[in-house]
Design a protein around this ligand. Structure first.
Ligand SMILES: [Zn+2]
Length: 295
């Protein structure tokens, strides 16, 4: 088995046709590692952007890539063909630091080649997820490449961070530092099969329609935190930005509450966050039971 670790630099731009944002790739870098994780080849190419020649100042300061450097470079379609020829190998696992890079590659494939599956990547592993096994991370936060290197005692001074080839090389150093065949294996996905890309490209969204069939009506039936009785709703369930909210009261405790619910749809779950808070006594006095109460 061989490994290709790739890294991309991109510029976020608005597409003229539909006004949606896309992360337009401006650089691809990659290293090829053999079974012993030694670097046997590398790939590095700058790309002349097709959508916008102007780079965001953030991108320029992060990567130190200037617009003038990209002017005479080949475009995405040309570079991706060259990369594909270089990277098209049997029994090779592709890796990147978080699956964002694969997501961006798929997004550019979709935009410029009108297909969202990156056809030459058959096996993929998220290196950030794997390396996290060896880090002391809080709350499963996604760790930046430089921070992970520091924790693992890898000296980053020899790498130009935020440039595609050097980031790939730094990733390779982290893989060498942590690689255990048995522990790594479960992180490899067969990406062309099943629903891998559907999951990768799914955009989570908030459900803001209280009548959505995706929602269990019970989430709007809270109990009184004091006496445990079911609260009575005193107004409509209304949308407030990403939230759904409604007012309630408990007759027994003579208390008024506001329930706020955030319902996030991901590919296969609906994450519900509920917050029930006591309303100020002033609001209780002015409120008539059964009326819709303004906020
Ligand atoms: Zn009560």
């Amino acid at each position: 088995m061989e490994f290709i670790i790739f890294d991309l630099e991109w510029n976020s731009v608005k597409k003229p046709d539909d006004g949606k944002f896309i992360n337009e790739i401006i650089e691809i870098g990659a290293v090829l590692l053999n079974e012993q994780l030694q670097e046997t080849d590398s790939f590095s190419a700058l790309i002349r952007p097709s959508i916008s020649e102007k780079l965001n100042s953030y991108v320029k300061s992060l990567t130190h890539i200037q617009e003038e450097q990209l002017k005479n470079q080949p475009d995405f379609l040309t570079v991706i063909q060259t990369f594909k020829r270089w990277a098209n190998r049997k029994n090779c696992v592709f890796l990147s630091w978080s699956n964002t890079d694969l997501h961006v590659l798929a997004e550019n494939y979709d935009c410029f080649l009108h297909q969202h599956k990156v056809d030459f990547i058959r096996q993929y592993a998220d290196l950030q997820k794997y390396v996290s096994l060896f880090l002391k991370t809080e709350n499963n936060n996604q760790v930046a490449l430089g921070a992970a290197a520091e924790q693992l005692g890898v000296d980053t001074r020899q790498f130009a961070l935020h440039r595609a080839l050097d980031d790939s090389r730094l990733c390779a150093a982290l893989l060498r530092q942590t690689y255990q065949k048995k522990r790594f294996k479960p992180y490899i996905s067969n990406v062309l099969a099943g629903t891998f890309y559907e999951r990768l490209l799914f955009k989570p969204y908030y459900i803001t329609d209280p009548d959505s069939p995706l929602l269990d009506k019970k989430i709007f039936m809270p109990r009184c935190p004091q006496c445990g009785k079911k609260l009575q709703r005193t107004g409509k369930i209304r949308q407030n930005n990403a939230l759904l909210q409604a007012n309630y009261r408990c007759e027994k405790c003579d208390a008024a509450y506001r329930l706020r619910v955030k319902c996030k749809k991901t590919y296969d779950t609906i994450d519900i966050k509920r917050n029930l808070a006591l309303r100020r006594p002033k609001a209780v006095v002015s409120e008539q039971p059964g009326d819709a109460v303004g906020s």
